[in-house]
Design a protein around this ligand. Structure first.
Ligand code: SF4
Length: 371
């Protein structure tokens, strides 16, 4: 452990952390028990140091971001996930289903500043079909051929498959042909059966989500992966989620980024729950970086984490920051008190204030040449 002490000037607080540090320094894989120990360590400095070691080994001082535009095509959903403040019934006040013209107009609105990435998600809307989805993507690509379209979560893919009667592989192939470059990481929530039953009993199982992610990767469509946390899950639930993602990534290599999503409890039946504090957030980022040794990027979604944590966690494992966004609705329906969007200069400054080097990327993590 002396080697680590020399690097960081900090000795591990206990023997077990010393053993974990040796593994990290030697590029060895951490176990479930290691992950649990890291999550249960009282201090955050040492796990953070290890996560930063891995983050800098992979990405140096750079933090990437994209100029992106979030568009939610509908909030009308046939599911009733208990943690969701976004969904509405058809005709309920606040319910909204955008037409393809409205979706393209929103993308073009942001297009004046040259968005590299259009991010489209919504809900399981019984009146938004696979045909509608394909029409939107085709129209969007015709209007903005240089954009990267990251559209429809794997939960939405499953919904399109059921509605159309086409197997998911075919749905994915059609969307790819229309112009989808990647699938977002939403809908993963937490894979553990017990917690998933409490959060979203009607949603596809964790196993099914992973199966669909594997299909996407096999079809040459990369995806992201998320984890909802701070919603009453156990440490075991968190590590189980991370290890299942790592196992799939070993087989497919198709995950680009992992995004921890801090639960926003406003307007949900969880309003009495204790919110995850800053230390807990930083611990989740650190442990995610350390367990997910095969997923290249750990992304901080500043809308959910808050801007202060988005700065801090670039020293606790995160190497990628959510982009300009323009109009975020899902987290804000749950009470997020962050802005609806940021300018490109705001995002660059958020990264620079952290002491990192901002690098603009497109939706597939290719560098974008700018000024
Ligand atoms: S989380 Fe998604 S699937 Fe669940 S109710 Fe909300 S919009 Fe519907």
């Amino acid at each position: 452990m002396d080697r680590h002490a020399k690097i960081a000037g900090i000795r591990p607080p206990d023997r077990r952390l010393g053993e974990i540090a040796e593994k990290v320094l030697n590029g060895a894989r951490l176990t479930t028990e290691d992950g649990l120990h890291l999550l249960r360590t009282p201090g955050i400095a040492f796990p953070g140091l290890l996560a930063n070691f891995m983050r800098e080994k992979l990405h140096g001082k750079a933090t990437t971001f994209s100029v992106n535009r979030h568009i939610n095509f509908s909030n009308i959903c046939r599911n009733r996930c208990s943690f969701c403040a976004f969904r509405r019934n058809e005709g309920e006040p606040g319910s909204e289903r955008l037409s393809s013209r409205q979706i393209v107009d929103k993308a073009l609105e942001a297009g004046r500043t040259g968005p590299a990435e259009i991010h489209i998600t919504g809900a399981l809307d019984p009146l938004f079909s696979l045909c509608d989805a394909l029409a939107v993507i085709r129209e969007l690509k015709a209007a903005m051929p240089l954009s990267t379209v990251k559209a429809f979560t794997l939960v939405e893919i499953d919904h399109f498959s059921k509605m159309s009667g086409k197997p998911p592989e075919e749905v994915m192939a059609l969307l790819k042909e229309a112009g989808v470059s990647a699938f977002p990481g939403g809908g993963a929530e937490l894979f553990g059966e017990d917690i998933r039953e409490k959060l979203c009993p009607e949603k596809i199982s964790g196993e099914r989500w992973l199966e669909l992610a594997g299909m996407a990767h096999e079809s040459g469509i990369p995806t992201n992966a998320t984890m909802l946390y701070g919603v009453g899950e156990t440490d075991e639930d968190r590590i189980d989620h991370l290890v299942r993602l790592r196992d799939l990534q070993d087989r497919t290599g198709g995950f680009m980024a992992f995004i921890p999503l801090l639960f926003q409890k406003g307007n949900t039946c969880f309003s009495g729950i204790r919110a995850a504090g800053p230390c807990e957030q930083l611990r989740v980022y650190s442990v995610s970086r350390l367990i997910l040794d095969n997923i290249p990027h750990i992304k901080v979604h500043w809308v959910m984490s808050g801007l202060k944590i988005a700065e801090l966690c670039q020293w606790f494992g995160a190497d990628d920051v959510e982009g300009t966004v323009h109009e975020e609705r899902i987290g804000h329906e749950g009470g997020a008190d962050t802005p609806m969007g940021l300018t490109k200069d705001d995002v660059r400054s958020l990264i620079e204030r952290s002491g990192r080097l901002p690098l603009e990327r497109d939706g597939l993590y290719n560098p974008v040449r700018t000024r």
